[in-house]
Design a protein around this ligand. Sequence first.
Ligand SMILES: C[S@@+](CC[C@H](N)C(=O)[O-])C[C@H]1O[C@@H](n2cnc3c(N)ncnc32)[C@H](O)[C@@H]1O
Length: 270
Amino acid sequence: MPYKQQFTDKVYFQFTDYLSKKFGMECKTNKRQMLQSKIDSFMRINQIESYDKLLDFLKTNEDTEQWNSFVHKITTHKTDFFRENQHFVFLKEHLPLMMQKNRRIVINKEIRIWSAGCSSGEEPYTLAMFFRENFPDIYPKILATDISTESLNTAIKGIYPYTIKNEIQPYYLSKYFTKDVKGFQINPDLKRFITFRSFNLTKNFKFKKNFDIIFCRNVMIYFSEKVRETLVNKFYHSLVNSGIFIIGHSESLINLKQNFKYIKPTIYLK
Ligand SMILES: C[S@@+](CC[C@H](N)C(=O)[O-])C[C@H]1O[C@@H](n2cnc3c(N)ncnc32)[C@H](O)[C@@H]1O
């Protein structure tokens, strides 16, 4: 064993308690092994020799670069361009109706969108492309947030591996990306629609202006039911009336006390 300490039940509970308090993360017992291997790998790389030392370090070094790299390691960042395309199909149909109800979008020619848990940026860039293609007169003002600064840095750079050509249609690839030596670089013209920010969704939040659409896809699956319920209600209060809330394919709001109106699986209306 590389460390001077066993990953005992006590250690496991100390970590799960910390992760749940800090990030709302729920670690189910069947994921214990995976959690341990992520923690072990972080300790190996950072030459931390015991779990107690790591916990001490985490508690006293919040928001440092190393703490951020632990957060990145412990969270899941899988994402794709045009992921769950049915959401974009729905928006294309529904937005004209939404604009009839909410004349501000048409008058100001601006729609406010939040991509909460945006990972490395594929979701907000997809939203920007979607609006340029389908509603070119409307300026999509997109706030893209994530707890992982490492993912956000990738998003801000906007350079993606060549393999994205498997998830993006050739039309979009040639129009919105430039091939360079490191991969496909997103067109700078799309970047201007997006503000990337580091943001922990378990903290309290209130925005000066509410959003028309909130995407929070494949983020809450890692949260406990209580954290999910609190967060869904915070999203509700951060949307304008008749605003749209979209979650991931394996998520639902069943069992949560909340006021959204169900439209279809994973899509809700305020
Ligand atoms: C699986 S990715 C989902 C990305 C994108 N929404 C999608 O569906 O393709 C989940 C993201 O949620 C972020 N995340 C996890 N816990 C978070 C928290 N408490 N606050 C903010 N972001 C969090 C992770 O860093 C990760 O990038």
